[in-house]
Structure formats: structure tokens, C-alpha cells
Design a protein around this ligand. Sequence first.
Ligand code: CIZ
Ligand code: SF4
Length: 302
Amino acid sequence: MPNQLLKRLAALKRQRNAVILGHNYQRPEVQDASDYTGDSLGLSRRAAETDADVILFCGVRFMAETAAVICPDKTVLIPDPNAGCPMANMATPRELEKAKAEHPDAAVVCYVNSSAEIKAMSDVCCTSANAVSVVKSIPEDREVLFIPDRSLGSWVAKQLGRELILWPGYCPTHHRILTKHVDAARRAHPNAEVVVHPECLDDVAAGADHVGSTSGMLRYCRESKADQFIIGTETGMLHPLRKENPDKEFFPAAELADCPDMKLTTIEKMVWSLEDLSYRVEVPPETAKLARSAIDRMLHTR
Ligand code: CIZ
Ligand code: SF4
């Protein structure tokens, strides 16, 4: 990475009093140029704590929206306005309205991978790190409509032995990881543990040694006695795992699990973003207020 660009980025960061948040799925050089890296929940917490005036959010739009909802007084920027999430787009307000009318008594639990509008229409939000405890906090006799990720919903249902109303959304990147890929990786690395994300297909999750969020994967691999791991999630995750565990080896379950939206962020775009204070991510106050309630309910779940 040309040093000049990184120097320019550092100078702009000081000038703008900005903090750079980078998701675990970002390009390695973007993660290395971030002040904090982590999953969307961890980064939202950083956003809530920061004294910075500007948050440069290196991730996809719904994550920057969440930061904007939590920090209404700060300027939230995303380096590329096209960085969306196909899964988040699989739940629209009109469709959710219809589903809520069909299940008027159901509690709506929405995965953080959703637009602020969808969060505003939901009872409580969750991430892959806390989905099980969030659903558990809802009384057993109440129906739960889980949106938009069918795979995560079905994994949570299995963990709790509880039936959930599932939504037909999914992550195209995680669904590229197939059992045959995991089997081939196991044959190539017979001593490795298989660690996958709950956005993976049901049979991939069922065959894994551990299923968890990206923050959960970091914890699991740090604590595990194994020294080789096959990782079933977006390939950006290999970077923080390798950085934190230099004595362990990490192999992707499938090289194809690359999220094109996550990879839209580059150092150049980060520099342009701080130069121009673009692209601003704003959520209308009414929507933000309701979305905030769903997020706060998640944060207060134990
Ligand atoms: O919540 C996140 O950051 C996502 C999308 C992945 C994960 O499990 O950390
Ligand atoms: Fe969305 Fe999947 Fe990309 Fe995450 S990896 S941003 S869920 S498409």
C-alpha cells in the first residue's frame, strides 16, 4: 500500500476528528488502517463510546445505518455508497407489513443485517452473536417471526428446540459454502476443526465442530487446543484470525465465500470519503427513534 495514501488518511483523520471502524470482512489493508475492527455489534458499541465527530464506517450500509441510529449527533460516512447487503434487501417494509398482518401476535426479531426501516418495524434486533439469547428472552407461548435470515433463524430454532416463523432471506456469500467444500477441506487437513457462521446452509452448520458469529469464532479459535482450523465464513475473517493467532493455521472452507459488497471499500475510497465528507449515512429521525428501541431492547437482553 503506497505510504503516501496511508499518511494522507492519518492526516485527514486528525483534521476531521474521525474514528475508523472496520468490519471483520473488510480487505486486510482496510482492517489494518482501522482504529477498531470487529463484528457489527462490537463496532456499534465503539460508535456509541467515541468522542470523534466523524465515524468512517468500513462495512456495508446497514452497519453504518446502525451507527447513525446510535449516534444521531455524529457524521457517519461510508466510503462506497454501493456497499449494501443482498440479505438485508430481502426484507422490505411492504413484505414485513404483510407478514405482521398474517401473524398479528408474533414478536418480530430482526437480524442486524436489515435496513433501519425494517428495524423500526421490529420488536427487537439481534446479531449472530446474541440471536439465541434474544429469542430465548421472548416468552415461550409467543410466536416469533425471525427476519430476514432463514439459515440463522433455523439454527437458533434448533438450539432452543423452538419453532420460529422463518423468512426466505439468505446470504449469497455464505450459501456458496457447500458441504462438499467442507468435506474436501477436512480431507486436506484432517486435524483441523471446522468453524462456521450460522448464515451457512443448515447441513454445513450441522456438520461443523463449532458454529458462531465472527466475534465468537475469534474467541473459540483463541481458546481451542487445536492448531488448525477450517473457516466457513466470508474470507475477510481469515485476516483477524491469522493476526491474532500467529501460531495457528487457518484455511477457508471455500475461497468463493467472498462478499463483493464488503470488498468495495478501498484505502483510496476511505481517503476520498474523509476529504469530501461523503457519503453521509442518515436515517430519518422518526425511523431512527423506532429502530433505536429495537436495538436498545437487544442491548438490554441478558
Ligand atoms: O454481525 C456481524 O458483524 C456479521 C454480519 C457477522 C458476524 O457474525 O460477526
Ligand atoms: Fe450481507 Fe452476506 Fe455480505 Fe454479510 S457477507 S454483507 S450478510 S451479503
